[in-house]
Ligand binder design. Structure first.
Ligand code: S3P
Length: 415
């Protein structure tokens, strides 16, 4: 018994979105392989195509021809994807585009003022539904600003840096805690004039297009986290991840899992296109509870639902604080995790900014509400492997927002 074997994951979702967008700003054709297979990427691709960017499949690769953006004829459908929406708001504002962005019910309930407020300080004219989608941006002359972001958000930082490519003067963004830094790394690597100083990044307007590129996107560590958790809690498990992203701003979950006592060996690491990539082996060992603080949160923000599942199987107390951002993700993930785990018999206390779990507790089967959130669906599928009765998800298919192959791969690896 156990979760065993080797697995190679589709490309990291954050890097995949950025690679399509940055290729659109580049001179000539860029070739991207191992792009994320998630539906969110189709949203980004569709929006870019609607803005006049040519994108084609070539075998398993995607080829993007950089060029001039044009105003779309129809509203841009961002689907369920916050990254598509927020990064495009900045990018399109910088390119002088007039466009309306729309999304599904979940995306239409998420806050956009965190992007629209600083963009309006830069001079952007926009209309929104009280800070939510639909949002219309109007072609405006932008000026650079020096912005102190109240939230540690890579989406906010990236949107402003992308807008800063098309402004008059420099744009600086400072965040309270470092969030994922793919935008900075990639833009610098492609020739943008961008510098980092501690928690601040400063960018100058582009004077010529970015360089075109060939990129094999590293495997997604946030998707891999669900499988790592399964291997950690199912006895007899021994799982190897090939070519997974090991960027220091993205390994928070793996540091936490290690602290909990899971078996983990990094078999190999190497660098590709400015990112660290690794081959990682995870195996079952008894787990203990840990504390996660506000400073830790940006490094494992998307992995907190699966950390909650792990905590129910760990000895002692796990406390997560400073994670109020979870309330404005694809659903209110604090509520989703706490209400579903309570149904399964876990000892969990809901906090405004996190949760406290006492473990270990056996988990009962239950009907789980996913709230159409891919990470809630995947986290509770893993809980279902160790629960006494069946876990029945109301909308299992929502996993395909980030990982359509999730259930097939999980079945393949369960021996
Ligand atoms: C992302 C940033 C994070 C993360 C999201 C992807 C990105 O959001 O939760 O899944 O690609 O920039 P925030 O920056 O809003 O925390």
């Amino acid at each position: 018994m156990g979760i065993k074997g080797q697995i190679t994951f589709p490309g990291d979702k954050s890097i995949s979105h950025r690679s399509l967008m940055f290729a659109a700003l580049a001179d000539g054709e860029s070739r991207i392989s191992n792009l994320s297979t998630g539906a969110d990427l189709q949203s980004t691709r569709g929006c870019l195509e609607a803005c006049g960017i040519h994108i084609r499949n070539d075998g398993d690769d995607v080829v993007v021809k950089g060029g001039q953006f044009s105003d779309p004829d129809q509203p841009l459908d961002c689907g369920n994807s916050g990254t598509t929406t927020r990064l495009l708001l900045g990018l399109l504002a910088g390119q002088g585009i007039t466009a309306t962005l729309v999304g599904d019910d979940s995306l239409s309930s998420r806050p956009m003022n965190r992007i629209l407020d600083p963009l309006s300080q830069m001079g952007l004219q926009s209309d929104s539904n009280d800070g939510k989608l639909p949002v219309t941006i109007h072609k405006s002359n932008l000026k650079g600003i020096d912005y102190q972001s109240p939230v540690a958000s890579a989406q906010v930082k990236s949107a402003l840096l992308l807008a800063g490519l098309g402004t008059n003067g420099e744009t600086s963004v400072t965040e309270p805690i470092l969030s994922r830094d793919h935008t900075e790394k990639m833009l610098k690597g492609l020739g943008a004039n961008l510098s980092n100083n501690g928690l601040s990044s400063t960018i100058s307007p582009l004077t010529s297009p970015l360089s075109n590129f060939n990129l094999a996107v590293p495997g997604d560590p946030s998707t891999a986290a669900f499988f790592a958790a399964a291997a950690a809690i199912v006895s007899g498990s021994d799982l190897t991840f090939n070519r997974v992203l090991r960027n220091p701003t993205r390994i928070g979950f793996y540091l936490a899992l290690n602290k909990m006592g899971a078996g983990m060996d990094c078999l190999e690491t190497w660098e590709e296109a400015g990112e660290t990539i690794g081959k990682l082996n995870i195996f079952h060992q008894p787990l203990k509870g840990i504390t996660i603080t506000k400073e830790d949160v940006p490094g494992l923000i998307d992995e907190l639902p699966i950390i909650a599942i792990l905590a129910t199987q760990a000895h002692g107390k796990t406390e997560v604080r400073g994670a109020e951002e979870l309330r404005v993700k694809e659903c209110d993930r604090i509520h989703a995790v706490c209400s579903n785990l309570k149904k399964m018999g876990a000892d969990i206390e809901e906090l405004d900014d996190g949760f406290i779990i006492q473990g270990p507790t056996p988990l009962e089967g239950a009907r789980v509400a996913t709230f159409h959130d891919h990470r809630i669906a995947m986290a509770f599928s893993i809980a279902g492997i160790v629960s006494k009765g069946n876990v029945i998800l109301d909308h299992p298919k929502c996993a395909s927002i980030s990982y359509p192959e999730f259930y097939d791969e999980l079945e393949r690896l369960q021996l």
